[in-house]
Design a protein around this ligand. Structure first.
Ligand code: ATR
Length: 271
């Protein structure tokens, strides 16, 4: 049986998802193909009608379609509902099912690198779409308190209100001092990405045992991760989140649990 899947987004040519899934299709000796389809928001509806008829089993969706995708779904998982966005649509007998695997990707990236990781008080920089999934993931991983700090404070307040639980919104200028209480620090902003402004953050107050993760993966070692590594903190780069978020989709659509290993990391890093 030939299985087809794709990633939809706009623009989409830069997406690394086809490399990941097609590598796994080849590793598992399957017959199938994973493509990238440029999909402007106005065409999402017609695309989602056409693809199941063409034999597609599901699609990943990325910017700017993650919220729209949720609205298009017939069935929404609890996870996608809490985050308010979907990155994975499966075509089922009951219509389109929307899930969100960014939480899985975030958590298993850190667990693979640091198996003993148990977040209790986590600091999260940023309050965009990625932050929403990460806050939900941190709560599910057992974090009792999340300090949420974003340049635009209202966006952080909205996130805290939408997701609920113990989230304390911290003003952006207080980001340095809030680190004193944390065992986990995550950068979900685009600061530090190649071509963007650097992230200005003093790590002096951060406990030496705190796990530091940056979701930026170009460069693989951001200034934040470098600074944290040099002072002895355990660090986790952002590439693994991209790789691990693909696991549940591949498992569901191609019926094989794939591995995130060095071969895959090297393949994607060289892309
Ligand atoms: P994503 O969906 O990938 O998380 P996003 O929604 O564009 O992307 O979010 C980008 C995040 O980076 C936001 O938290 C944004 O802060 P604002 O809500 O204030 O826009 C943050 N960000 C981007 N540029 C920034 C800058 N120069 N300084 C501080 N934060 C910045």
């Amino acid at each position: 049986m030939v299985r087809l899947a794709a990633v939809l987004g706009c623009p989409i040519s830069h997406s690394l998802s086809p490399r990941i899934h097609n590598h796994w299709i080849s590793v598992h000796g399957l017959t199938g193909f994973y493509s990238a389809i440029d999909t402007p928001p106005a065409q999402l509806g017609s695309t989602l009608e056409a693809l199941p008829r063409l034999g597609f089993v599901g699609v990943n969706v990325t910017l700017p379609l993650k919220q729209l995708a949720l609205a298009r779904a017939d069935v929404v998982t609890e996870n996608a509902r809490r985050i308010g966005a979907s990155n994975m649509l499966t075509f089922t007998g009951n219509g389109i099912e929307a899930d969100n695997t960014d939480t899985y990707g975030f958590t298993w990236n850190i667990r693979q690198m640091i198996p003993s990781w148990r977040p209790s008080t986590a600091a999260v920089l940023g309050a965009g779409g990625a932050a929403r999934a990460i806050v939900v993931a941190l709560q599910d991983a057992g974090a009792r308190q999340i300090l949420l700090c974003n340049r635009t404070q209202e966006t952080a307040q909205q996130l805290a209100c939408d997701i609920g639980g113990a989230i304390t919104v911290v003003p952006w200028q207080e980001r340095h001092d809030m680190l004193a209480a944390c065992d986990t620090l995550i950068n979900t902003t685009s600061l530090g990405m190649m071509g963007k402004e650097p992230l200005s953050l003093r790590l002096d107050a951060l406990p030496g045992t705190a796990v530091v993760n940056d979701i930026v993966y170009v460069p693989l070692e951001t200034e934040l991760l470098r600074g944290a590594r040099l002072r002895g903190n355990p660090v986790v780069d952002g590439l693994g989140m991209l790789l691990h978020q693909a696991v549940p989709a591949f498992d569901r659509w191609f019926c094989q649990r794939p591995q995130v290993d060095e071969t895959l990391r090297n393949l994607v890093m060289n892309a």
